[in-house]
Structure formats: C-alpha cells, structure tokens
Design a protein around this ligand. Structure first.
Ligand SMILES: O=C(O)CCC(=O)C(=O)O
Ligand SMILES: [Fe+3]
Length: 662
C-alpha cells in the first residue's frame, strides 16, 4: 500500500479533533505518526543506496547532483510521487515535538482508553518535560487507580534506551558480567541509531525562503545545514529515574558506565581501552589520565594502545565536521551551534574563540526550562558559586495578583496590616503558606485563581532551582508568601534590618566565622529561593555577606518576577535591609533534596489544586485567564501549534473543555 502523506493526516486529525470527533481524530493522528515512521524507513533505505562517497574538490558538485538524482529516483520507486511527502520545516517541528501525542492523549481519554491515554501523554511529556499542562495531566493520570505504572511508557523511545535500562537494572542486582554485556549491546544499538539520525539529515529537504547567490554558496549553505543537523544527533533528551531532565551525550554515558563496571570486574584491559576512548573526547581529563596510568601499570605493557575502532572513527568524523563548520562560521559567516561542550579549543579558529565562549555561556542561560526567564546576575557576578538571580519568572499581572493575595492574608477587616515583625518593631508582617491560600480559596476568603497561581509560581521556582543548579529532584521544604510594611512614623534614624543576617540551614556564628549545621536550624534545607513581587517601597534590598555577617559580597534590589536562588548554607549568609516606606512582598521558598523531609503541606495543597481545578473552578476566572494556570496550554497553542486558517479558536475551546472534565 502506498504511504499516506503524514501532514495531510495530521491536519485532518486536528480538524476532526476540533469538531469533537475523537475516534476519527485518533485514527488520523495515529495514521500520521505511522506514516512518518514508514517515510523515514524509505528515506533511510534510499540514503544507504545513494551514498555519497568521499568526493572532494571539483568533482563534489557533480557528485552532489548525481546523488540528488539517485535519491529522487529511489524515492520515486518506493513512494510514487515524492513531492507529496515533502514536509515543511514547520510540520517537521510539529512531529519532532511530538504534538500529535498531546492530542492523542485527549482522544484516548475521551474514549475511556486510559492506559493508552497515559502512554500518549507520557510520550509527549518526555519530549516536552517543562510543558506545564502535560506535567499536570501526567500527575492526574498517576492518581487514577485504573492506570498501572507500566502504561507510562515512551512510545518513541529509541531502542538502545530499553537495553540500557535492562543493563542498569542488572547492575543494581549486582550481576556485573551480564550487565556489561547488555551495556555493550546498548552501545552498539546506540551507534546504529545515531547513524540513522545522521542519515535523516540528508536528502532532498525543502529549502525555504532562501535565495542563493550562486551554486557553490548554495552547496555550502546546504551542507553546513546538514552537518549541523548531524551534529545535533549527538545529544538526547534524557529523563532520569529521579525525574530529572537533561540533554546528554549517550555515547559518553555508555563509556563512563562501562568503565565503572570493567573496573569493578577488574578487567583492566577492557577498562584501559575504554579510558583511552574517553580521552579522545576529553584529552585534558586528568582523572581519566590517572586511571589510565593505573591500568597500564597493572597490564605491564600488554595491549598498551588498544582503542575502540567504533569510537575512534566517531570522534574523528565529528571533529572533522566541527572543523568544517567552524571554517564556515569564520569564512562564510554561517552560524554554527556546537552542541558539545567537550570540543577541544584547537578546533575552534582563534578569531572565534571568544565569541564561541560567550555564545556558550548565553546558551547555558537559554537552556533554562522557561523561555521567558533570563539570568540577570550570574554566580560570578554575585560572588558565590551557588547564587543566581533570574528575571521574568512571573509577569506584572501575576505579581499584582500575588500581592493582593499576600495582603488579603492579613485577615478580615480593612486597614489591618499584619502583626508586628519578630525581627523589628518598625515593620508589620503578614503572610501565608500555599496550603493556607488554597484553603482560604476553598472557603471563598480569597480568589481561587490567586491561590492557584501561588502554587504554580512556587512550582516554577522549584523547577528553576533544580535545573539551574543541576541537582537531583528538589522537594519543597517550606513556602511562605510574606509582605513586610514599614510602620509610618517609626522610620527615623533606623539602623536595624528588616531581617538580620542569617543562613537558612545552619546557625551563623560570626565571631567564630562558622555556621553550625545543627538543630534547631532547618538542617535539611539545601536551597533557598526568594521570588519578588514588587519594588514600590524604600529599602528592603537583599544582601549577602561573608561569614562575619558584615562584609557585603552582593546586594540585590527586589523587583517583580525576580527570583534569587542560593544554597541554603553558611556560604550564603544573607539579610534584608530595613523597609522604610511602603510594603515589600515576596515568596520565600526552601527546597530539600531529601524526599523524607519534603513537607506534607505540599501534597495536601496539590490535592486541593486538583479538587479546585475541574468542576468547581469558576468559569469567570478561567475566561479572564490572567494567571498562568491555563497558560501552559495557551502558550503552547499560540506558539507551537502550526498555523491553520480555521479551527484554531475552536481547538482551544475543546482543550478547555477537556481540562474542565479531567
Ligand atoms: O525576603 C528576602 O529577601 C529574604 C528572606 C529570608 O532570607 C528568609 O526569610 O530567610
Ligand atoms: Fe533567609
């Protein structure tokens, strides 16, 4: 049977979806996913048949043309009319992001096929781990007793990952020998899958909106694009058992793990071989060098230069591609985004080194899980390795809502500005926890959309702390929305603080220049965060000091949407300057790596989130839609959904309906 063009099926599926035809939409969407897979098989086959052999110089252009010809012929033979199957870059992206799965989870849910719904949702989640709506959907599915854990599977998982997981589980059972064999299998499969990924970069791709000046320029433009695409194959999004997401180079993960196991098995020869391969990536890695010396001593000169052929050629090829790409960057002004952090400096032309370094730093910033969040002050600028200031975590409107919530928390009766601060008699303070906010919302004392936003904003802060500091999963230890108000008439010649210098997980002893990590300090707290809501007050800056509590090393002015994150220990002693006019509102957050110390309140709050989410949620706050609570889906719909002339608004409405019912 001829393959149906995947894009036609995709659009047809989305159309049926917007009309509420779940079964019809489902058939089309699955069809599009299947067709795409078949199409890729065809392309891989043709790619192998029409290999471009190492041609250089003047014959290159000819070879390129004849390869294009070969590809076209091959695809004609297998597909009939290849032009029917050409996808726009936009559509390619839609598939790459796994968008069909987000619709499929809805259709399966509507048709009461919960296991399939969970699998489709999980597949989308793996590709879009920071997508707020899918995180929530997954949580909801997890709460449904009818759905068994194995249903949460990634339907697009590369094969090597399955084998890799088997190796890990054998390893955890202490079966080293079987594990290492399984891991070697996984490595082989990975290298094959990596080849496929690279091969799919080539071929007769559609060129968009680019008018080429001349043929050789066109070729170089095209080839750098293909090479960039191939380079990108090296990194893969990885979801760790701890729930942490990262982009990793599976090859390096394989080698490091193999090295550990071979060492444990005292197979020095194999270990030495792996370490030499690792050194090809990281020639400056001193620990690896030391290990190698140790193995070689044990081996006494036996097989002293054995290397893995597959790894050698991998590194050689990727380095020569990088050279070409950096050359293109230097001479043709073509941009290249090197996905690898291990690229040796000598590969990068001298004139580009500074620029590349800068771009890399910027990229580090851009890899924050939320697009609109930026790094304002780096750890270096803040004079501490575990300090960072981010902006754009919430927007102006959200700050307003949370301030309203903070001030409503003071209790009934207007004019009441909270109790006296326990830190200073010249300020009043009022605040509430997330749970309290949701409970008050349930009883109608505060706006439910404000309370829900509080929950969401704190979750954002948690995810940001986790991803910026690259830690294992962080849990909430305590969250507090606090507003501090200057008491009028009490501000003359103030020389105290709004919050004296302290550390968050130890008892600061400035005289001894020590911080005692012992009770009654909250010793289990690992990271702190403060999300600021306003700046229309005087004083109130946050400042960091050395252990002496007086030498200031950084000072930060609060402002709406600004999040300061820092390690909770003595290295980050801090305080708050006196608030001498107005009210300063902020959400203070503490996180712990220890699941045991995770606060119970949070899970109670999360239950309330679900409770207030569906039927009870009032339509008004939904349609007003000012909070971020629906913005996961909204942002997604507006940014990622392919432009379609009709049915767009309708689709959103359907999504809402689904949200209501789920
Ligand atoms: O509000 C701030 O800027 C910091 C508050 C703080 O350090 C704390 O509550 O422990
Ligand atoms: Fe503190």
């Amino acid at each position: 049977d001829p393959i149906s063009p995947p894009d036609l099926q995709l659009w047809a599926g989305l159309d049926l979806f917007s009309r509420g035809d779940w079964a019809g939409a489902q058939a089309q969407l699955w069809g599009s996913v299947r067709s795409l897979r078949e199409l890729r098989e065809v392309r891989l086959r043709c790619g192998t048949e029409c290999k471009l052999r190492g041609t250089q110089g003047p014959q290159l252009e000819e070879a390129v043309l004849s390869r294009a010809d070969c590809l076209l012929g091959c695809e004609k033979l297998l597909l009939g009319e290849p032009s029917l199957y050409r996808l726009t870059q936009e559509t390619e992206r839609v598939f790459q992001r796994g968008l069909p799965y987000n619709y499929l989870q809805v259709t399966h849910y509507k048709l009461e096929e919960l296991d399939k719904a969970a699998a489709a949702a999980f597949t989308f989640y793996v590709k879009n781990p920071h997508h707020e709506q899918i995180q929530e959907d997954i949580q909801r599915y997890r709460r449904m007793k009818e759905i068994q854990e194995p249903s949460f599977q990634d339907l697009e998982q590369p094969q090597y990952k399955t084998v890799y997981a088997q190796a890990l589980s054998l390893l955890s059972e202490g079966k080293f020998r079987v594990a290492v064999r399984r891991l070697e299998d996984s490595l082989k499969i990975y290298l094959m899958e990596h080849e496929d990924c690279r091969a799919l970069c080539e071929g007769t791709r559609e060129q968009e909106s680019e008018i080429y000046k001349d043929f050789s320029y066109a070729i170089s433009q095209y080839y750098t694009e293909v090479l960039q695409c191939k380079q990108n194959c090296a990194l893969e999004p990885t979801l760790r058992p701890s729930g942490e997401h990262s982009k990793q180079d599976p090859l390096i993960s394989h080698l490091s793990l193999l090295l550990d196991i071979y060492t444990k098995l005292e197979d020095w020869e194999a270990a030495a071989e792996i370490v030499r391969s690792l050194l090809l990536f990281q020639p400056q890695n001193e620990t690896a060098k030391e290990r190698l010396r140790g193995y070689e001593e044990r081996l006494q000169g036996k097989n002293s230069d054995k290397l893995r052929e597959s790894i050698v050629s991998y590194v050689r090829r990727t380095l020569s591609e990088k050279r070409l790409l950096y050359y293109a960057m230097e001479h043709l002004n073509i941009s290249f985004n090197d996905p690898d952090s291990w690229t040796p400096e000598e590969i990068i032309p001298e004139s580009l080194r500074d620029r590349v370094k800068k771009e890399r730093e910027e990229k580090d910033q851009r890899t924050l899980p939320f697009e609109e969040v930026t790094v304002t002050l780096t750890p270096k600028q803040m004079n501490g390795t575990t300090r960072v200031t981010l902006d754009g975590v919430i927007n102006e409107e959200e700050c307003q809502m949370l301030q309203t919530l903070g001030q409503a928390a003071g209790g009934p009766g207007s004019g009441f500005r909270g109790r006296l601060s326990r830190h200073t008699p010249r300020e009043r303070i009022q605040g509430l926890t997330v749970l309290r906010a949701l409970q008050m919302a349930a009883s109608g004392a505060v706006d439910s959309s404000h309370a829900r936003l509080y929950y969401r904003a704190s979750e954002r802060a948690r995810v940001l702390a986790q991803s910026y500091f690259g830690t294992e999963k962080l849990h909430f230890s305590f969250t507090h929305l606090v507003c501090r108000s200057a008491i009028e008439g009490e501000q003359d010649s103030r020389n105290d603080f709004s919050h004296p210098v302290h550390a968050d997980n130890c008892i600061l002893d400035p005289e001894e220049r020590e911080c005692w990590k012992e009770l009654p300090a909250y010793v289990h707290r690992d990271y702190s965060g403060v999300l600021y809501l306003n700046d229309d007050f005087q004083g109130g800056d946050l400042f960091f000091t050395e252990l002496d509590a007086t030498t200031v090393t950084a000072e930060i002015r609060p402002s709406c949407g600004r999040l300061v994150l820092f390690g909770a220990g003595g290295e980050n002693a801090h305080g708050v300057r006196a608030v001498t006019q107005g009210t300063r509102c902020a959400i203070a957050l503490w996180f712990t790596k220890s699941a045991v110390h995770a606060e119970q309140e949070r899970s109670l709050a999360s239950d309330l989130m679900v409770g207030s989410d569906g039927h009870k949620q009032n339509k008004e706050s939904e349609t007003k839609n000012t909070g971020r609570e629906t913005s996961g889906r909204e942002t997604f719909a507006s940014k990622e959904e392919p432009e379609r002339p009709s049915g767009r608004r309708q689709k959103k409405r359907v999504n809402r309906k689904f949200e209501d019912e789920l």
